[in-house]
Design a binder for this molecule. Structure first.
Ligand code: ATR
Length: 472
């Protein structure tokens, strides 16, 4: 199957996707606001396939056969709106506009609604995998109507990563569904990285291991259940030595993490949906804390460390294994929470999202690709109505088997003053979820006391209010 697509916006991601389309036999009409970028792409890679150079937007649109397929690969936000505004008057009914940028899903909902009034299709398309993924096969999350998917789905599937013969691209749902799940994907990525960083910190500070030694531990973990792109590259980054200084690379990097915003959006959305994504939230907050240089400098001078928390750990191998268990169990929790958010988002926005299909397309191409996602795919195949991943027999048993190590690590972190918010909050979530009675009963009592907010009883139906001053 070879078709034609127009790509406008040929910076890192756009150029890589354009090349990917061309390498798969599709004709690519290439356009960029600044023509020099188009020329650079064609000069360097024009021989990889059938490229058509378009200098102006008019030329670009004229070179495309109807129904036209136009992929926009420019910065999210106002730049995307500007390009849409420029394109729309030039297009005809039935043409398809695909936004492959990192748009906010609410912007995508707005744009899809606006374009539908003009008879154009709009596809909000999440693309994960960075530059390499875009070129060699990303994970693609399109949100659009079934009609639009029929026009662009096969092309997108043809350039996606492939795992076990299945392309990492699926029709996620309508309008903003694709960008919504891409957002949560990025949030999960934040949580995953935070947990990895905590594992590293504990091994380094508690066992005194070197970064290179810890890199080897991660390489070993990558041969087991934790096998994933992020664990694999953690081993590489930890083993890397800074050429200039000869020091471990991690030691020459400033310890203040940056963020582009998708983790924060995920948490904002989760707050609106009322879904506790504590793993993602802790990751976002940990990054924020790392960036508060002034507060950290002031605190380092005066805040007390725990007394006597640093006794040597005798069974070093046992502790390494406990950290692995903490990492795996916390990861299960973070993913369970992320999938909960997607399920809640689907209900709130009227999207029909197949969670198993999503786990399937995240197995390859994207940053969170992992063996683990095949387990999640299997869990939803076994139990399509699963209310939380944690109760599926595989994950339930995996967490149960690792919980002793998990608890040991959280205790050890607290006792020795090593921050492990991801591990600790995941454990609190796990215990909160399985508790027979939650402490919220007392909260309801307090709310009724000070605000007459009423409460429900365990033994009778209806709402109740206690006349506190009379009974008290
Ligand atoms: P990436 O992350 O892939 O490197 P980006 O920073 O998200 O790219 O987006 C950069 C692209 O958006 C460029 O192609 C840029 O065009 P120029 O090369 O002319 O700068 C494009 N872009 C940004 N604002 C734009 C606008 N208002 N109209 C058209 N294209 C725009």
């Amino acid at each position: 199957m070879s078709e034609q697509i127009g790509v406008t916006g040929l910076a890192t991601m756009g150029a890589s996707l354009a090349r990917n389309f061309a390498r798969h036999g599709h004709q690519v009409v290439a356009h960029n606001r600044t023509t020099a970028r188009t020329d650079a792409l064609l000069a360097a890679h024009g021989g990889e396939g059938d490229f058509v150079r378009a200098e102006t937007m008019e030329e670009f649109v004229a070179a495309l056969q109807r129904p036209r397929r136009v992929m926009i690969m420019v910065q999210a936000g106002p730049a995307t709106d500007a390009v849409i505004d420029e394109l729309v008057p030039l297009l005809d009914e039935g043409d398809v506009v695909i936004d492959g940028g990192n748009a906010r899903y609410d912007d995508t909902i707005r744009r899809a609604a606006a374009l539908s009034t003009t008879g154009l299709h709009f596809v909000g398309c999440g693309v994960s995998g960075g530059e390499e993924g875009a070129l060699l096969g990303p994970s693609i999350m399109p949100g659009c109507s079934a009609e639009a998917y029929a026009l662009v789905g096969p092309m997108l599937e043809s350039i996606a990563a492939v795992v076990d013969g299945t392309p990492c691209c699926t029709h996620v749902g309508s309008d903003g569904a694709g960008h919504f799940v891409k957002m949560v994907h990025n949030g999960i990525e934040y949580a995953d990285m935070q947990l990895i960083a905590e594992a590293y910190d504990l091994l380094r500070l508690r066992l005194g291991m070197t970064p290179a030694e810890i890199g080897e531990v991660f390489a070993g973990w990558n041969a087991g259940d934790l096998e994933s792109y992020l664990v694999e590259i953690t081993a590489e980054v930890l083993g890397h030595v800074d050429a200039g200084t000869g020091r471990p690379f991690v030691d020459v990097v400033m310890d203040a993490a940056e963020q582009k915003g998708t983790g924060r959006w995920t948490v904002q959305s989760a707050l609106d949906l009322g879904v506790p994504v504590s793993g993602i939230a802790e990751a976002v907050f940990a990054r924020a804390l790392s960036g508060h240089a002034e507060q950290r400098a002031a605190a380092q001078k005066v805040l007390a460390a725990p007394a006597g928390g640093g006794a040597d750990i005798e069974d070093r191998d046992g502790f390494v294994e406990a950290v692995r268990q903490a990492l795996y169990a916390s990861k299960v929790v973070a993913y369970a929470q992320g999938f909960d958010q997607i399920a809640a988002g689907a209900v709130a926005h009227g999207w029909s999202i197949d969670l198993g299909a999503l786990a399937t397309i995240w197995r390859g191409g994207c940053i969170i690709r992992a063996r683990f996602l095949d387990r999640i795919r299997q869990a939803f195949a076994d139990e399509p109505d699963l209310t939380t991943l944690l109760t599926h027999s595989y994950f339930r048993d995996a967490v149960a088997d690792g919980q002793e190590g998990w608890r040991r690590v959280v205790v050890e972190a607290a006792r020795s003053g090593i921050p492990a918010p991801g591990f600790a909050s995941a454990l609190a979530y796990y215990d909160g979820l399985r508790a027979e009675r939650s402490s919220a009963a007392l909260i309801q009592g307090l709310r009724d006391f000070f605000g007459s907010h009423t409460y429900h009883r365990v033994d009778r139906a209806g709402s109740f209010h206690t006349l506190w001053s009379e009974e008290g």
